[in-house]
Design a protein around this ligand. Structure first.
Ligand code: PMP
Length: 356
């Protein structure tokens, strides 16, 4: 029979799809790795599975143990999913910047969730880092995934790098990847630089994050840090899960550009990407001077747009931040709702976070 023993056997081996329209003004050919084809709908399935299975092999996890983590959502969901299959408890600390729908996803997968303030320093006892650390310390038979400071987060992406190398028959010349914990860009970068040191490893950071400046100067500049909306990209600290030595260059993108670009990818390519997918797509344009006709550029779309129906795909949310001047307004207008009968209305309560 052609079957899988459980959902975890579906992690990895995600497809690489050509971008046909959105990049037409850029030189080179462009491909996107669709990480939402992982069963937990994000790139983070690779990390959760790799780290948990390593802990099992080393005897640090046994049935009934607890796995703790800090998360912007995707890692938490992946950890919760792996824990369900393997019989572990899952405790997660998230920041209050995380959308309510993402938190509901975590609960649906059986995780216990602590919500912590986003705008406190990372070393504040109330931060989500400190909260997860404390809970892991207080809970017997537990492990702390610690994705920002765990080298295994980089090793987990050996698979991502290998897949990109093999899927392009070794022809890849550039990768453009967003940097949160830095696990993806570092793991892919290490693998590809070993295969061919000329491959350019290009990182995308957010305005409001300290990563790009740190890469350029070696300093954590607090003036770079301020609140921003993109979840999962950039950081107010320097994660040791980022191997800055394999990254050639970073650019920064704005909340607004990333939000528009996500919709633009949906409307031009039919790919329903998350907010950081929009950020890396904007990054392709910021890195324009890197590419020529022979470039084979791979970007990674970390997760799926369905997780952002209360954010970038929500008209009210976009209007709240005055993101109203979309370059593809004509297509958006075509997608307006029309009522067959005059007195019909789409029910908005309690679903008012959906696009109406
Ligand atoms: N996009 C999303 C939606 C994420 O959740 C993350 C993880 N924080 C990233 C991008 C960044 O990936 P990495 O942590 O491997 O740098």
């Amino acid at each position: 029979m052609n079957t899988y023993n459980n959902v975890l056997e579906l992690v990895g081996d995600t497809p690489l799809v050509k971008l046909n329209k959105i990049t037409h003004n850029l030189k080179g050919s462009f491909y996107a790795k669709l990480e939402w084809f992982n069963p937990g709908l994000s790139v983070k399935d690779r990390v959760a599975l790799y780290i948990i299975e390593k802990a099992e092999k080393e005897g640090r996890l046994k049935p009934g143990s607890t796995v703790c983590e800090t998360t912007s959502g995707n890692t938490g969901f992946a950890v919760a999913m792996v824990c369900r299959i393997k019989g572990y408890k899952c405790i997660l600390a998230v920041s209050d910047k995380t959308g309510p729908q993402k938190i509901a996803y975590l609960q649906a997968m059986g995780a216990k969730v602590y919500v912590c303030p986003a705008n406190v320093p990372a070393d504040d006892p109330k931060s989500y880092y400190e909260t997860a650390k404390r809970i892991a310390k207080e809970t017997p038979n537990s492990i702390y995934i610690n994705q920002y400071f765990n080298e295994e987060n980089i090793a987990a992406h050996h698979s991502t790098g290998k897949e990109i190398w093999e899927q392009t028959d070794g022809k890849v010349t550039h990768v453009v990847i967003c940097s949160g914990t830095g696990g993806t860009i570092s793991g892919v970068g290490r693998y590809l630089k070993e295969k061919n040191p000329n491959i350019r490893i290009l990182g995308v950071d957010a305005y409001g994050s300290a990563i790009k400046k740190y890469h350029e100067t070696g300093e954590l500049d607090s003036k770079e840090i301020y609140p921003y909306k993109i979840e999962g990209l950039g950081k107010n600290l320097i994660p040791s899960a980022t191997d800055f030595s394999v990254v050639d260059r970073y650019v920064k993108v704005t909340d607004e550009d990333a939000a528009y670009k996500a919709s633009e990818v949906a409307l031009t390519e039919g790919l329903f990407i998350g907010y950081t997918g929009g950020a890396v797509t904007q990054g392709l344009f910021e890195f324009e001077d890197e590419f020529d006709e022979n470039s084979v550029v791979v970007t990674v779309y970390p997760d799926h747009g369905s997780k952002y129906m209360d954010r970038i795909y929500n008209k009210k949310w976009m209007e709240k931040y005055e993101y109203t001047n979309h370059p593809l307004q004509e297509i958006i207008d075509e997608a307006k709702i029309e009522y067959i009968e005059e007195d019909t209305e789409v029910r908005t309560e309690p679903y008012d976070f959906y696009v109406i």
